[in-house]
Design a binder for this molecule. Structure first.
Ligand code: BES
Ligand code: MN
Ligand code: ZN
Length: 514
């Protein structure tokens, strides 16, 4: 067995987030400004600036800026980025105003149909475009400070791994707005930190983040946030009947874990919704004996994305004091081929007693989730939100940016609406009866794959539904594609870990607290 007794329970490397501020006037900004970010719109007669009370500039400055932008051909179209020297505002500036080095005008298109997500995307793209800056001051928040700050923060997130020289990014983002709201700032900060934590976990390679260490990192973070933590080791998992987690983990030198984290609001009462969160925590997925091809196998460090989102959202619930009772149940294992690994044809007995005939060891996520869902349901939650990087079929059906949401119809649709609102863009998927029929086994209660190539995402959803107790409103969110961006960065989404679906889960918890 590998040595898992390390007492170092921090990640080897974490990404950086800028410090966030909200101020109401230029005089509240101390120090010089490396870049001043302004919105530009596409009006009927070309480029328009915010103008009027929405502007943080004097009308003289607006005119000067407009002249320069139009003279270099800027039009205010979506995604357009124009840099100008800060000097052009200097002559119209008040004497004690901070010095501005660069101006970045960000095209937002038509001012009329501007959504929060448009602002988040533009702010994120602006942050990435700015690159290195100590202080960025942004007036993209004049319409929605929270959207602008969140987009700026998530776009400026930089993960340098173990490079000798860290990537350059923005140190501090100051939103210049008409009415600074410190509660809104605290909320955005909590959400950005939560997304960044999920990204850090997903970005970590599997030699840094293996089950025992992942469990201890969760323990350290959750304990610091005042939450209750319980960790079951491989022996306890075996003794207590978690055959799915044990079966998937037993091919690895790094034994599996089950982590449970509970948050109860300080003024807890019996009317609170009780929410169970469950997330897939495969620290690396080789496929096991049903080995995956070598190409792109390195991306399988992200196969714990569901669990990362769940723990990050639970920490956010505590920071935001969301009025729901939350228990996260996180099964963690490494799926490896070896002489001790589960074989195709093996039968596993899950927590709660149901059995699965394992016909493909690469359909491992559902095996560990089955145990975790059964355990979570023992607490009799009102709602269960489970999320996983579960199937390649999710990407075949929806592409790699759109989570598939399955489960109890009403709750599924409610979660979908919230996912769309936060810009994570989940989409409802059905669970057709015949796809569930395909999971019958001759020798166990279930088999872990169907015989058909079709509808793989819903087949997996059906499999999981067998472990959800009667009466629990549940959703399964498949984020196989959306959790990890293998393409280039866009909007506020960097390369690699995205943090999806952290913000959907937080939004659902907030909605259930109403
Ligand atoms: N972790 C994978 C799913 C996945 C694939 C996530 C690609 C992200 C990118 C999962 O464990 C898996 O291997 N699923 C199989 C299931 C199949 C054997 C029924 C798949 O999708 O091919
Ligand atoms: Mn797999
Ligand atoms: Zn997997």
């Amino acid at each position: 067995m590998a040595d898992t007794s390390s007492t170092d329970f921090t990640l080897v490397s974490r990404g950086t987030l800028p410090e966030l501020r909200m101020v109401g006037s230029w005089s509240d900004i101390d120090g010089s400004i490396d870049v001043f970010i302004v919105p530009a719109f596409q009006g009927e007669n070309g480029l328009e600036l915010a103008g009027g009370p929405a502007s943080v500039l004097t009308s003289e400055q607006e005119i000067e800026l407009w002249k320069w932008l139009t003279s270099v051909g800027a039009q205010g179209t979506v995604g357009e980025m124009t840099f100008l020297p800060g000097e052009i505002l200097a002559s119209e500036q008040e004497d004690n105003s901070p010095e501005i080095t660069r101006i970045l005008a960000v095209g937002l298109g038509n001012a009329e149909d501007l959504s929060d997500e448009d602002i988040r995307q533009a702010a994120g793209a602006a942050s990435r475009r700015v690159g290195k800056a100590e202080t960025a001051v942004s007036s993209l928040g004049i319409f929605d400070p929270e959207a602008a700050l969140l987009g700026h923060a998530l776009g400026a997130y930089a993960y340098s791994g173990q490079k000798a020289e860290a990537k350059e990014t923005i140190g501090k983002v100051v939103a210049l707005v008409s009415e600074p709201d410190q509660d809104a700032l605290a909320r955005v900060t909590a959400i950005a930190e939560s997304v960044a934590f999920a990204r850090d976990l997903v970005n970590a390679p599997a030699n840094d983040l293996y089950p025992a260490r992942y469990a201890e990192i969760i323990r350290a973070e959750a304990t610091a946030a005042g939450l209750e933590v319980e960790i079951l080791d491989e022996k306890q998992l075996e003794d207590q009947g978690f055959g799915g987690i044990v079966g998937v983990g037993k091919g690895s030198q790094y034994p599996p874990r089950l982590v449970r984290v509970t948050y109860s609001p300080s003024d807890a009462n019996s009317d609170l919704s009780k929410v169970a969160l469950v997330g897939k925590g495969i620290t690396f997925d080789t496929g096991g004996i049903s080995l995956k091809p070598g190409a792109k196998m390195w991306d399988m460090i992200m196969d714990m994305g569901g669990s990362a989102a769940v723990i990050a959202a639970t920490l956010a619930a505590a920071k935001l004091q969301i009025n729901t009772q939350v228990t996260a149940t996180i099964p963690i294992a490494e799926n490896m081929p070896s002489g001790t690994a589960t074989r195709p044809g093996d039968i596993l007995r899950h927590y709660g007693g149901l059995t699965t005939e394992v016909l493909n060891t690469d359909a491992e996520g559902r095996l560990i989730l089955a145990d975790a869902i059964a355990r979570a349901c023992e607490d009799e939650p009102d709602y269960l939100i489970e999320t996983a990087t579960l199937t390649g079929a999710q990407m075949v059906a929806l592409g790699d940016r759109t989570p598939g949401i399955m489960g109890s119809a009403a709750f599924r649709d409610r979660v979908t609406v919230l996912s769309q609102e936060v810009g994570e863009n989940g989409w409802p998927m059905p669970l057709p009866t015949e796809l569930g029929e395909a999971l019958k086994s001759d020798v166990a209660d279930l088999r872990n794959i169907s015989n058909s190539r079709f509808g793989g995402m819903s087949v997996a959803g059906h499999y999981l539904s067998n472990f959800v107790s009667e009466g629990v409103e549940w959703v399964h969110i498949d984020v196989a594609g959306p959790a990890y961006n293998t393409g280039s960065a866009y909007g506020y989404t960097p390369k690699r870990a995205t943090g999806v679906p952290v913000r959907t889960i937080i939004a659902v918890l907030e909605d259930l607290a109403k």
